[in-house]
Write a protein that binds this ligand. Structure first.
Ligand code: ADP
Ligand code: TRP
Length: 330
């Protein structure tokens, strides 16, 4: 079976954008591929998170992904720092990673500009660690958003470079995953911005209680309403409809579309309906987050099974890589 690898950032909570975008795809992929999903806690060290928060962050993300549909019976769900093979491959790949190349990476330039006091080597070599995550399983596919495409390209370069340097075929070149040319769902923000996101400060989180969800939706930016029948929709209103399309029934969407077209739309009613539909969609997930996050025994079982499967897969690749480099047992 073809292999899929993807890392999940270890800080923050899952929001509706992550859920309807990335996570729905993960849930589908685990049905047809050999999936390795992990929480990228090593990567988060670049920003020096407080040790007291470190484990709690991992636990939150793990619980939320489990609650939202990742099934540890169908995929390997693990914590990056539990798999030392990743770090060993990181050392080997670092020898093939050139400083100039890494300095030109968009994410590095961006982070270095924003945090000039913490331009550490881990930040510079972030793409090398990410390449190790992927190549250590010899992944066929990596589901990546636009912002990670350059990192995936770097992983392909290192795979090729390693194979060429040692005259071997140890690594496959991983490809980006997309669902039959369907463009991935993009959930817009409710504040008139293009995208819902943590850093945009406009996210509806799956762990938000229903009063908070209603409050956030009722505050969504709108305009003064259509001035004549069938007028084109401005982006802020289109955004409301885009979310409604993702969370509400087709009847609800047609009802409000007609109201827009005949100029009788009342945004207050539309937002109320949208808030109810978001609450209904997220309620089961919210309930599972509470159940899962308080079940330490379950979480530790999931992580242990994930670690075992990930280490077995990683060890096989690493053995070939060590052999290629020239390591031999005495
Ligand atoms: P954020 O942008 O909130 O920081 P991340 O960058 O951690 O979220 O995203 C994790 C995954 O969720 C990525 O695969 C990303 O493409 C997806 N994602 C994030 N925001 C959205 C959104 N608004 N719509 C669709 N997918 C999204
Ligand atoms: N860099 C990715 C992000 O910020 C997370 C990540 C780490 C990852 N290792 C990975 C994604 C390997 C895919 C494959 O979202």
């Amino acid at each position: 079976m073809e292999k899929v690898v993807s890392g999940i950032r270890s800080t923050g909570h899952l929001h509706l954008g992550n859920y309807l975008g990335a996570l729905r795809n993960f849930v589908k992929m685990q049905e047809g591929y050999d999936c390795y999903f992990f929480i990228a806690d090593l990567h988060s060290l670049t920003t020096h998170p407080h040790p007291a928060d470190f484990h709690a962050n991992v636990k939150i993300i793990l619980s939320e992904y489990l609650a939202a549909g990742l099934d540890p019976e169908k995929c390997a769900l693990f914590v990056q720092s539990d798999v030392p093979e990743i770090c060993e491959l990181y050392v080997l790949l670092n020898m093939l990673a050139y400083k100039g190349e890494l300095e030109r990476t968009a994410s590095f330039k961006d982070k270095a500009r924003k945090n000039p006091d913490n331009i550490n080597a881990g930040l510079l070599t972030y793409p090398v660690l990410m390449a190790s995550d992927i190549l250590v399983h010899n992944a066929d596919y990596v589901p990546v958003g636009k912002d990670q495409e350059q990192h995936l390209e770097i992983a392909r370069v290192y795979a090729r470079r390693f194979n060429n340097l040692y005259g071997v075929e140890v690594f496959k070149e991983p490809r980006s995953f997309n669902f039959g040319n369907q463009s991935p769902v993009k959930v817009p923000g409710l504040d008139g911005s293009g995208k819902m996101g943590k850093s945009e400060g406009n996210a509806i989180y799956l762990c938000d209680d229903e009063a908070t969800i209603r409050k956030k939706v009722m505050k969504a930016v709108t305009d003064s309403g259509p001035s004549e029948p069938n007028s084109p929709m401005p982006e802020v209103i289109q955004n409301l409809f885009t979310i409604m399309n993702l969370v509400s029934s087709p009847d609800t969407v047609s009802y409000f579309t007609e109201k827009w077209n005949d100029c009788s739309i009342r945004y207050g009613d539309m937002k109320k309906q949208l808030a109810e539909d978001i609450c209904t969609l997220t309620r089961p997930v919210r309930e599972r987050i509470e159940a899962v996050s308080s079940d330490e025994a379950y979480l530790s079982k999931v992580v242990a099974a994930g670690r075992e499967k990930a280490r077995a897969s990683a060890a096989a690749t690493l053995k070939a890589a060590r052999q290629a480099v020239g390591f031999r047992n005495f």
